[in-house]
Structures are given as structure tokens and as C-alpha cells.
Design a protein around this ligand. Structure first.
Ligand code: NGD
Length: 246
């Protein structure tokens, strides 16, 4: 499906009910789509700035209640499966803007007023492409608005569950406001079937702990956080690590 039809579909207000943070029905969907497009239409696809998305951010402003924000890194599928069952906890993609952009690619062209359906720059081709700038600005805003305890789900099956080059490690963790967020709680999840290890004591998680502590927030870490582990176990009910007492 082209990015245009998908975006139109998503902006047709046929959104899943769990998305409705504040009431989306009060939002003007065609206007949001128009503002979204104006951020990058008729512009060079390698020259997009944060300011280009300012009007969109303003229009689609949403805040998550305190203690209800879930960040993730290299654990997208599980994080989203988890918030689907654990209603009341929200990832960026459970908010309007994250939902609209998730899994999509879009760009314009300086010589045309249309969406560019031919080709859009890849992440690493030019950092100031419309998609990367979009995720950077909305991730920053999402982090800035967090309060209370901020949760982050990390992938313990990787040698570096925390990467300072990821959006979580380079944008979100630095935009948490220590005056509002007192604790960062990491859930380090391992694939079912992997030999068990405690990643909370790894060098990589320690690096995150240091960043969080230096920013005057408390850091806590849980290996295979049980509620999320139970979601993983739905697909592996017979595995020994899933068979322990409920
Ligand atoms: O080189 C890249 C790149 N490679 C993959 N992705 C990339 N984005 C770049 N800007 N540059 C895309 O980002 C790809 O679709 C991944 O699924 C997604 C997330 O990358 P990952 O798993 O490495 O995690 P991050 O820490 O970089 O970013 C996830 C956090 C999470 O808390 C969200 O609130 O940052 C927010 N987010 C950022 C970028 C993209 C979400 C998305 C998303 N939904 O695609």
C-alpha cells in the first residue's frame, strides 16, 4: 500500500479504540493530515527541520497520564503487544502522531506539490529526511511530557540492550524532565528459550543507569518483568521458563 493511502486511511479517524487518549473525535482529522503534509511537501527530502513539524505538534498535542509512559528500544513488537493488553500504559505509537507515522515512509520533493511516490531517502542517506526528523521531534516531545515513573522495555537478547545511538538512548532519555520524572524503570526482556541471564547487571544497562543517575532520577531494573513475560509465554506455553506456577 502506498504511504498516501495508508496515511489517509489512518487519518480517516478509523482508529483503534485503545488509541483514544484524549478524545480524538474532538480533533479535526483532515486538518491534521493537511498540516502533516505541509511539513514536508514541496521541500527537499534531505532538508527537513524540527520547525517544519511545529504546526503538526501543536495541532495533535497529546499528553499521557503520569506513570503511564512506556518507552522501548529494539523491542517494538513486545512493547505494543504489552500495551494492547495492559491498557492504561502507552507507547508513542499509542498516541495519535506515533500511530499515524508507524511503519510508514513519506517524503516530498522541492519541485512538486505532491507526495513523492518514487523514492524517499533512506535513514542513513541523509539524517534530515522527513521520517527521521518526525520521529526525533515526536520522541522528544513524548519524553518531555512524561511524569512520575517512566518505563522502558529493552531487549536483553542483544549484547547491548541499551544503545546510546538509539532514539531512546540519544533523544528520549535526555529529554525526560527530572523535575517531573523521579524514576526510570527498565524491563529487560529476553527471548523465550534463551539461556537465562540477568542483563540488569550488564555493562550496557549500567551505562543507562549512569545516565539516569547523573540526571538526578532513580534507576531501577527488572529482568524479564513478569507481566510482559506472560505475554511472551502466550506463544510458548509449554516452554519450561513459562511453565512455572502462575
Ligand atoms: O537508523 C535508523 C533506524 N533504524 C531503524 N529505525 C530507525 N530510525 C532512525 N531514525 N534511524 C526505525 O526506528 C525502525 O522502524 C525501528 O523499528 C524504530 C525503532 O528503532 P529501535 O528499535 O532501534 O529503537 P529506538 O530506541 O531507536 O526507538 C524507539 C523509541 C521508542 O521509545 C519510541 O518512543 O523511540 C521512539 N521511536 C523512535 C523512532 C521510531 C519510535 C519509532 C517507530 N515507531 O518507528
Amino acid at each position: 500500500m502506498s504511504s498516501e493511502s495508508l496515511t489517509f486511511h489512518r487519518l480517516g479517524c478509523h482508529h483503534p479504540s485503545q488509541l483514544v487518549l484524549p478524545d480524538l473525535r474532538s480533533k479535526d482529522c483532515p486538518k491534521i493530515l493537511d498540516t502533516f503534509k505541509n511539513a514536508f511537501i514541496a521541500k527537499n527530502a534531505c532538508d527537513i527541520t524540527k520547525e517544519d513539524y511545529e504546526p503538526l505538534l501543536h495541532l495533535a498535542d497529546q499528553t499521557v497520564p503520569c506513570n503511564k509512559t512506556l518507552f522501548w528500544s529494539k523491542s517494538k513488537e513486545l512493547a505494543h503487544q504489552f500495551t494492547r493488553v495492559q491498557s492504561g500504559l502507552f507507547t508513542l505509537e499509542d498516541t495519535l502522531l506515533g500511530y499515524l507515522g508507524d511503519d510508514l515512509t513519506w517524503c516530498g520533493d522541492a519541485r512538486s506539490a505532491e507526495l513523492n511516490h518514487q523514492s524517499c531517502p533512506h535513514w542513513h542517506e541523509c539524517p534530515s529526511n522527513p521520517v527521521s526528523v518526525f520521529w526525533n521531534v515526536i520522541s522528544q516531545k513524548f519524553a518531555e511530557s512524561a511524569c512520575g515513573v517512566a518505563q522502558v522495555m529493552l531487549n536483553g537478547s542483544l549484547s547491548e540492550p541499551f544503545s546510546k545511538y538509539s532514539t531512546f538512548g540519544s533523544v528520549e532519555v535526555y529529554n525526560l524532565d527530572p523535575r517531573k520524572v523521579h524514576t526510570v524503570q527498565a524491563w529487560v526482556m529476553h527471548d523465550v528459550g534463551e539461556t537465562s541471564s540477568n542483563s540488569c547487571s550488564s555493562v550496557s544497562i549500567n551505562e543507562l543507569k549512569l545516565i539516569v543517575s547523573k540526571r538526578n532520577m532513580t534507576f531501577t531494573c527488572q529482568n524479564n518483568y513478569r507481566p510482559a513475560r506472560l505475554v511472551q509465554c502466550v506463544k510458548h506455553p509449554e516452554h519450561s521458563s513459562c511453565a512455572s506456577n502462575i
